[in-house]
Design a protein around this ligand. Structure first.
Ligand code: DX5
Ligand code: ZN
Length: 216
């Protein structure tokens, strides 16, 4: 299981140092939540901030776009140093065009789905995807409860990838903690995003290790 700490729960006044801290603590991927106050009822930060953070780690930047028009900003996030860009099927941008644009820039494309979105929405795009992100909370805020009833969606997408022999990774985001990560692991999840469960602990190294140890 790969652990991607969500920087949404870090101390934004020490953003760079927080990235260094989780890097040293064994984080596999840095999960960066971009919110526009329109697609979700919250605001975070944008590409200029990511650009400044890039020098603090060599670990991959997983940029989760919770914005209404991701297509418009793909170049900005690619220029800023994103390695993976996830955008939502529920956004207003053309899905195929947006995936193509991300791929053209040599960045890994991922599709994200909100809890109410059925799994089959991603199936027509699977061949072109690096990852699928199944939200296990309503996007917008950290610290919410894990929705275990999203696991059938994970399992069905995994099944379809297997059937088509595609190496697409499955990521879940929201409510991952010591009491929920085993459930995600059993369903075949490859990457768990964890905000509160990492930054809410004093010892982030132990927090990441504990989460990994609870997986199969
Ligand atoms: C929610 C974000 C998540 C969030 C997860 O919209 O996409 O990445 O930070 O936070 P926790 O792990 O606290 O649920
Ligand atoms: Zn996220």
């Amino acid at each position: 299981m790969l652990i991607a700490p969500s920087l949404l729960s870090c101390d934004f006044a020490r953003f760079g140092e927080e990235i260094e801290r989780v890097d040293k603590a064994g984080a596999d991927i840095m999960h960066l939540d971009i919110m526009d106050g329109h697609f979700v009822p919250n605001l975070t930060f944008g590409a200029p901030v990511i650009k400044k953070l890039r020098k603090y780690t060599d670990k991959p930047f997983d940029v989760h776009l919770m914005i209404s028009e991701p297509y418009k900003y793909i170049d900005d996030f690619c220029d800023a140093g994103a390695d993976i860009i996830s955008f939502h099927t529920e956004s207003d941008s053309d899905i195929k065009k947006t995936i193509e644009k991300i791929k053209e820039r040599g960045v890994k494309p991922a599709l994200a789905i909100k809890p109410k979105t059925p799994f089959d929405v991603v199936l027509p795009y699977l061949d072109d995807l690096y990852m699928v992100l199944v939200m296990t909370v309503e996007p917008g805020f950290g610290g919410q409860s894990f929705m275990a009833d999203m696991m059938p969606k994970v399992e069905k997408i995994k099944e379809e990838c297997k059937r088509r022999n595609l190496p697409v990774l499955l990521e879940v985001d929201g409510g991952i903690a010591k009491d929920t990560i085993a459930c995600a692991s059993k369903s075949g999840v490859d990457i768990c995003v964890a905000g509160t469960a990492v930054f809410g602990e004093k010892d982030v190294e132990k927090a990441i290790k504990d989460l990994k140890d609870l997986c199969e």
